[in-house]
Design a protein around this ligand. Structure first.
Ligand code: HEC
Length: 165
């Protein structure tokens, strides 16, 4: 090989190496403050049993008609209600149990929506189901780096106003 060809090869090797090391180093987004490429921030702390029981109750009670969960919702309705993803980092189990058990949930959390789109009362569900639902929803957590974003979404859905931290 001629000297020039070696130089070209060396250059290519350098470029390839550069890309590889950059991809190996940058695992959490394009620098500080960026939330891109960090993966999905939502997770659950539920045991497999609780996750199964909770998901069953969410399905039976059609929570997804109005709420997204795991970023999925039924597309039939577009009610501007807060996503359930990450809500367990904003509300605890005791609060959720009270909320699901209230005959008028809007006395706990005011609504800006027409009555038919508001959070329904689940007080007539068996107590065990309300407890399971509260425990499951409380287990729907968000990573710290996405907490503020989750708070913003919740606030804006609930109030229709811009969120100012
Ligand atoms: C008819 C639509 C509808 C259905 C069905 C529904 N929700 Fe809601 N939910 C809402 C709305 C809208 C709000 C916001 C408060 C309001 O406007 O009443 C809300 C609020 C909430 C909140 C409080 C969110 C916050 O910001 O703290 C939780 C938790 C919740 N719902 C869970 C559930 C669960 C679990 C189910 C199923 C068992 C369910 N919802 C079914 C519409 C609904």
């Amino acid at each position: 090989m001629k000297r020039g060809e070696w130089a070209v090869l060396a250059l290519i090797a350098l470029m390839v190496g550069g890309v590889v090391t950059r991809n190996m180093l940058v695992t959490d987004g394009a620098g500080s403050g960026s939330t891109k490429d960090r993966g999905i921030p939502f997770y659950t702390t539920a045991s497999p049993e609780l996750a199964r029981a909770g998901s069953d109750l969410v399905r039976q009670n059609q929570c997804r008609q109005c709420h997204s969960l795991w970023s999925v919702r039924d597309m039939m309705q577009a009610v501007p209600s807060p996503p359930l993803d990450g809500i367990g980092s904003l509300r605890d189990e005791a609060w959720l149990y009270q909320y699901f058990s209230a005959s008028n949930p809007q006395s706990i959390l005011p609504s800006r929506l027409k009555p038919e789109y508001r959070m329904p009362s689940y007080k007539d569900l068996p107590e065990a189901d309300r407890r399971t639902l509260a425990r499951y929803v409380a287990s729907l957590k968000v990573q710290d780096w996405y907490l503020e974003e989750t708070r913003k979404t919740e606030f804006e859905k609930l109030t229709g106003k811009d969120y100012k931290p």
